[in-house]
Write a protein that binds this ligand. Structure first.
Ligand code: ADP
Length: 305
């Protein structure tokens, strides 16, 4: 087999055309090339991570994807929270059929204004909504590889990946499989116990050479819809202080807003259902920061364009 074959999607010889690695089996080399061919057609890959569950990581992933789609970008959303996929519910596509051709799965398309998000989630492939998945590391790695390699993502500007909380097998698999991801958006709440977990996320990113795009402080204060008074239920500013301390960008704060829960439960991201809410505006600012060009030499530049 030729060792300088290009991936077929780009003209960059340094891409999948890096050639066969020493002792790499033909089968593994072919798989790696197929994965590169798929990933080369996606310009930006962004992982959404959190140190612990319940801080609003999926909410942030869904709303970032929706805000990017609303900004005219071609967007994919991959939910690899194998043990608790919540993206199908948040986008009202639970039970939506996933079509396939040969070995290729087609993502489910969710319209957002004039744009769309192309979604794939383990939750779409489970036969019953309440099915639990008990998989160990290697199996999870295989499934995540399939999601990246065998899903017909097409040409995308952004692929947003919603990872399970923590720094376990799933984010590690994505970090290893996507050779040059743009980086991670890390979601926290302001209280110290959550912020401590985020420090671990930042360390994880450094260990796997995944740039930290920035920290989002979710549930940052509550503005009473009746009286307009602001209460800092979980405190405020912990995420920003931690970002400064760890020398990573702070992307913004999102308040607690009851409409977020309603929109999550009813399947419409808040940036779509309440585009003028404080929360939607906060997401708009975060997306604008992400869309700003990265400084030269930034690791996250696309590998094949
Ligand atoms: P995680 O992915 O971190 O486990 P989720 O995104 O599933 O967290 O959010 C957990 C719950 O908190 C959901 O019911 C969601 O609607 C709610 N939630 C998340 N962010 C906010 C917010 N800013 N305001 C109000 N509720 C929120």
């Amino acid at each position: 087999m030729s060792t300088d074959k290009k991936c077929g999607a780009c003209s960059d010889k340094s891409c999948a055309a890096k050639g066969k690695r020493p002792n790499e089996r033909d089968e593994d080399f072919k798989e790696r090339q197929a994965l590169s061919a798929r990933m080369c057609r996606i310009q930006h890959k962004v992982m959404v991570l959190s140190g612990k569950g319940g801080v609003g990581k999926s909410t942030v992933a869904v709303n970032l994807a929706a805000a990017l789609a609303a900004a005219g970008k071609q967007v994919g959303l991959l939910d690899i929270d194998i043990h608790g996929p919540s993206v199908p519910k948040m986008l009202h596509i639970e039970g939506a059929p996933v079509s396939s051709t040969d070995d290729t799965l087609h993502p489910v398309k969710v319209s957002i204004g004039d744009g769309a998000i192309h979604v794939m989630s383990i939750g779409l492939l489970l036969s019953a909504r309440d099915d639990a998945v008990i998989w160990r590391g290697p199996r999870k790695y295989g499934v995540i590889k399939q999601f990246l390699k065998d899903v017909e993502w097409g040409e995308l500007d952004y692929l947003v990946v919603d990872s399970p909380p923590g720094t376990g097998d799933e984010p590690l698999a994505v970090a290893q499989l996507i050779e040059k991801a743009d980086g991670a958006v890390i979601v926290t709440t302001p209280q110290e116990v959550a912020v401590q977990d985020v420090r671990r996320c930042v360390v994880f990113c450094r260990q796997v050479s995944l740039p930290v795009l920035g920290v989002v402080e979710n549930m940052s204060g509550f503005v009473c819809p009746k009286c307009g008074e602001r209460s800092d239920i979980f405190g405020v500013g912990g995420g920003r202080a931690m970002a400064e301390e760890m020398d990573v960008p702070f992307l913004g704060a999102i308040p607690i807003e009851p409409a977020v829960v309603l929109s999550g439960d009813s399947g419409k991201p808040i940036v779509q259902s309440h585009p003028h809410s404080i929360t939607a505006e906060a997401f708009g600012r975060i997306v604008r920061m992400l869309l700003e060009p990265q400084p030269a030499g930034h690791h996250g530049k696309p590998e094949c364009h």
